[in-house]
Ligand binder design. Structure first.
Ligand code: F6R
Length: 368
């Protein structure tokens, strides 16, 4: 049921506050973080000394954010790899390795084979999945279900933000198991997370402004996305959404890489979407990004800047400024992603594409 929307995807974008709220609600009870279907000894999580995250596509971008959160909160080293690469190599795993498989459908062939590859080497496997009883959670030692509800649009939106919430929950669960954070610190982080659904709802109000930007750039040849730190996976996700939906050439880069090649692509009027770090939370990165914006603007790029509200320093550098509410850095991708989803959906519609069923794509990739 599209409930008055032209496409399921547009409805699913609006459902993100509840997708995240429902995912959070079911994993925090009586002051403790809970996992689903835990078929392993609680001491196993305490002894983990390395984490591998395996996933495909959008879920891989949630994995890149898992690395930031888990390493920051637990000091456990985390590697993130596309399942299609991991499954055909000889990664270094053992009994103390936790492999986290992220999959909305729970049926993606490469991710499932990555799980089997990990289990063959005695690693512990935890699945983050949106589909109850799918094959990947069935073969895993523990599960953390996202509760985004069914996603009909082929391009993932609310399942992505629910996956981001889930990796943050997992980071806190590992911090709790290993004692790297005090219970009151974990409760404070969780409370910050619980404020996110309202902030996502506020962020959704940028829709009209983003659609106006989309009308201006819909006929561009290509669009670039720049980010740093947690903004980098968001840039990759923004580029992937645009490729899938608008069939436009799009690339996401870490802004620090510009000078190592991508800056050669900058030309007059090329739209470049920049995901700004917080001026208060990450002042050094913020300053670096201002220089990056100056460099690309000087070469004629048309900058579309996603920044924290009240970021006056960036305001004068941005051709278009899209403001999002202030939050903690690790949680900010839950907000910065939203305008990029709306941008891709709107450009795709202006180009006459069916955004629920992009050409050549399938919702569940059960063959390689
Ligand atoms: C992008 C998208 C795909 C999926 C990928 C993994 O919008 O939907 O990139 O994220 O095919 O699918 P799951 O999460 O079902 O394993």
């Amino acid at each position: 049921e599209k409930s008055g929307y032209d496409y399921f995807m547009l409805k699913e974008i609006q459902e993100q506050p509840s997708a995240v709220a429902d995912t959070l609600r079911s994993h925090f009870q009586n002051g403790r973080i809970t996992l689903d279907e835990q078929r392993l000894d609680p001491s196993t999580l305490r002894e983990v000394d390395k984490v591998f995250v395996v996933a495909c596509g959008t879920a891989y971008h949630a994995g890149l954010l898992a690395k930031q959160a888990i390493e920051h909160w637990t000091r456990i080293p985390v590697e993130v790899e596309m399942a299609s690469e991991f499954r055909y190599r000889d990664p270094v795993l053992d009994r103390q390795t936790l492999v986290v498989a992220i999959s909305q459908s729970g049926e993606t062939a490469d991710t499932l084979e990555a799980v089997r590859h990990a289990k063959d080497q005695k690693a512990t496997v935890l699945a983050i999945c949106n589909t109850n009883g799918a094959q990947i959670p069935r073969e895993s030692d523990a599960v953390l279900y996202t509760h985004a509800g069914p996603e009909i649009g082929v391009a993932s939106t609310k399942c992505f933000t629910a996956q981001v919430a889930a990796v943050l929950i997992l980071g806190l669960a590992l911090a709790e198991a290993r004692g790297t954070k005090y219970p009151d610190e974990i409760a404070a982080e969780y409370a910050a997370l619980q404020a996110m659904p309202d902030l996502i709802a506020t962020t959704l109000q940028v829709g009209e402004q983003v659609r106006a930007v989309a009308r201006e750039i819909a006929s561009a040849k290509a669009i670039l996305f720049l980010g740093r730190h947690v903004g980098y996976p968001v840039a990759l996700e923004g580029a992937l959404k645009l490729k899938e939906l608008a069939y436009m050439h799009a690339e996401g880069f870490p802004a620090g890489e510009l000078k190592h090649g991508p800056i050669a692509l900058i030309e007059q009027d090329l739209p470049v979407v920049v995901v700004m770090p917080s001026p208060t939370g990450r002042p050094l990165l913020h300053q670096k990004m201002l220089s990056n914006i100056a460099e690309i603007s000087a070469r004629g790029a048309r900058t579309i800047v996603i920044a924290e509200e009240g970021d006056e320093l960036v305001a004068k550098h941005a051709a278009h400024l899209i403001e999002i509410p202030r939050t903690r850095t690790l949680l900010s991708p839950l907000l910065t992603t939203i305008p990029l989803q709306i941008l891709a959906a709107e450009i795709a519609q202006l180009r006459g594409n069916d955004i629920d069923k992009p050409r050549n794509l399938a919702k569940s990739v059960t063959v390689e």
